[in-house]
Design a protein around this ligand. Sequence first.
Ligand code: NDP
Ligand code: 2IT
Length: 444
Amino acid sequence: MKYVQQVLENLKKNNPNEPEFHQAATEILSTLAPVVEKHPEYEAAGLLERFVEPERVVMFRVPWVDDKGKVHVNKGYRVQFNSAIGPYKGGLRFHPSVNLSIIKFLGLEQILKNSLTGLPIGGGKGGSDFDPKGKSDREIMNFCQSFMTELYRHVGADTDVPAGDIGVGGREIGYLFGQYKRIRNEHVGVLTGRGLTYGGSLVRTEATGYGLVYITEEALKARGDSFEGKTVIISGSGNVAIYACEKAQSLGAKVVAMYDSDGYIHDPDGINLEVVKDIKEVKRGRIKEYVKKVKKAIYKEGCKGIWTIPCDIALPCATQNEIDAESAKILVKNGVKYVAEGANMPSTLEAIEVFQKSGVVFLPAKAANAGGVATSALEMAQSSGRMFWSFEEVDAKLKNIMVSIYHNMEDAAKEYGCEGNYVLGANIAGFIKVATAMMAHGIV
Ligand code: NDP
Ligand code: 2IT
């Protein structure tokens, strides 16, 4: 459709050198034509042009001092993309690859993901090109304090509520929260993923991985199947990967491989997750140490080889573009039936096409990994109410949300004549709520 194409062309022209942002926008806009056709008032109101333009982008200097007294300067970002349905909400990523393009792709995805949760949260994302790997606790603290010393003026419990993402876990959220509280003299829900002693929610740590497995379980159930006895590959070995593995195993699946950015482990009898947790969560070590503890497992340098291991279900849980068309074809050839994205945009556009053309059940990130941010919104609700729900209560709410997301995207895909196309279903189901709110607010 001409309007959608024009918006995408202009976006590429006006935001050059932002390939990840172009990729996410292409995936989204290429599915929205039927909605825009049904609602000509959207074009008249310049809705798509406004939708793809962040409300605000903050970029700042983050100076910090290492243990040897050397001064370093990193870039800090917060993209406040869309607040139509609630305060900006989305994680902070600390990774050397971070740039504006990556934060904008993540922010754009986050708008629709947050809408899909059914909870009142807008879309935002932030981070830094700081590399937490190999840094001491004190260096991490110095960095987080410096980062928040600028960020505090842009965020707030009713304005913008960041959380974790790659390189930002409980430790970092603690230091960021401590500095915010110190500057503002307010103990409020300005961040989620907080520790349980200072406003955090049970299940938030597990939420993204558990949610990913819950939505995949619903897709299996709809086809008269289950995780029982399935062979699963999970890329990454961080927060999302570990808890996806835990829940999949508890449902009877055999998870045979995981990786970090150096290489992958293959344990055909099933990964011993306690060993992985000890290496990654306790010691902050490398996945290759697994084979020292589990002798029958093998370790291979490099990540790509993981996709050559035959599996029924693939759960990419590391980073963007980790599955290209070549890896997708190998997965399909080896019989993969389900691909559910725990990471954000882990499949290239070409890989998605391979999966969809081969009849693989493909659950896109903005639906499949929404459990993390959904539980963040539950953390916000608990903070506002100054009370806590039990593990079972939060877990039950998370599961309901994931099941609803599955059915909402399924229904939207059917309504628009594309049954089983969950990329289209998730985009449309997420977009309609945001568009309706934006229309109600006038040209803002
Ligand atoms: P973590 O930092 O806990 O773990 C990231 C994992 O991915 C690590 O094993 C890391 O390996 C690996 N990884 C990161 N970058 C690369 C790379 N370039 N190549 C290969 N491996 C890489 O992050 P999370 O588990 O929190 O996040 C993982 C993904 O899930 C991200 O895409 C994130 O955006 C997404 N996500 C996270 C949510 C959350 O609640 N945390 C919610 C929704 C989505 P190494 O240690 O070697 O860097
Ligand atoms: O990509 C994501 O949804 C996250 N990193 C979690 C965001 C959040 O605010 O919990």
